[in-house]
Design a protein around this ligand. Structure first.
Ligand code: T5A
Length: 210
């Protein structure tokens, strides 16, 4: 089973993904957690370019950005996700193709159909069985994300957090539109409440699907 987590910055994806992993392992499932961009040696190098690069001198052209995310994904799917699924493991992925549609499509304004075509190549046709979209207001998410960044060690991954609020609003609207179009796969969960309450809702969804 392939489960992806999606949402705007700071919506709580990573927190909830780790809690779901613990829940599924407690139920005896073998789980693998991966993140995008990243998850392979090449992917982590690309992540560094995409999230840390000081882009004041030379901004990253949106199409270049799209291809970098896609390159990281192709490597991750081929080397990790596909083999793990074939092994019968549950793969939990922190962001996947819906991020590209929401950020590069709705956020940056690149052509949605072109992104769908590129996604179909970079995933080798693999799509999540279930996607948990954690939704919260942009102001709430960004406040949490900045708090996490200020308390984290190492390189500051804040290139997207520095985008204008309108960009994040377009991304959020994009996600909700995607969920409306694919209600059988994308489950929208309110991300504004208590962490444990949100976890309970996600477990209910996944337990039913499994
Ligand atoms: N991107 C990615 C693209 O543009 N295109 C693509 O194709 C792909 C794959 C990835 C960036 O790349 C972009 C999108 C992103 O900008 P990232 O570092 O993975 O960058 O960034 P995020 O996924 O946004 O990570 P964040 O950490 O910002 O957000 P999360 O994972 O949603 O939030 P989380 O769980 O780390 O929580 C953040 C903080 O909030 C607290 C947590 O304890 C933590 O401190 N928190 C809560 N506080 C109160 N109430 C709750 N319910 C809370 N839930 C969490």
């Amino acid at each position: 089973m392939f489960i992806s987590f999606e949402g705007i910055e700071g919506c709580g994806k990573t927190t909830q993904l780790e809690m779901l992993r613990d829940h599924l392992e407690w139920k005896g499932k073998s789980c693998v957690v991966v993140r995008e961009p990243g998850g392979t040696e090449l992917g982590e190098r690309i992540r560094n370019i995409l999230l840390v690069m000081e882009d004041e001198a030379e901004g990253i052209e949106p199409w270049a950005e799209l291809f970098l995310y896609s390159a990281s994904r192709a490597q991750l799917v081929k080397n990790v996700i596909k083999p793990c699924l074939e092994d019968g493991k549950v793969v939990l992925c922190d962001r996947f193709t819906d991020s590209t549609l929401a950020y590069q499509g709705y956020g940056r304004g690149l052509d949605i159909d072109a992104i769908k075509t590129i996604n179909s190549y970079s995933t080798f046709g693999i799509t999540p069985d279930v996607t948990i979209l954690i939704d919260c207001p942009v102001e709430t998410g960004l406040k949490r994300a900045w708090h996490r960044i200020k308390n984290s060690e190492g390189a500051t991954e804040d290139r997207f957090e520095r985008e204008a609020i309108e960009f994040h609003q377009r991304v959020r609207r994009g996600y909700l539109e995607l969920a409306q179009k694919e209600p059988q796969r994308i489950y929208v969960v309110d991300g504004t409440g208590e962490i444990s309450v949100i976890h309970g809702k996600i477990c209910d969804i996944i337990d039913k699907v499994i």
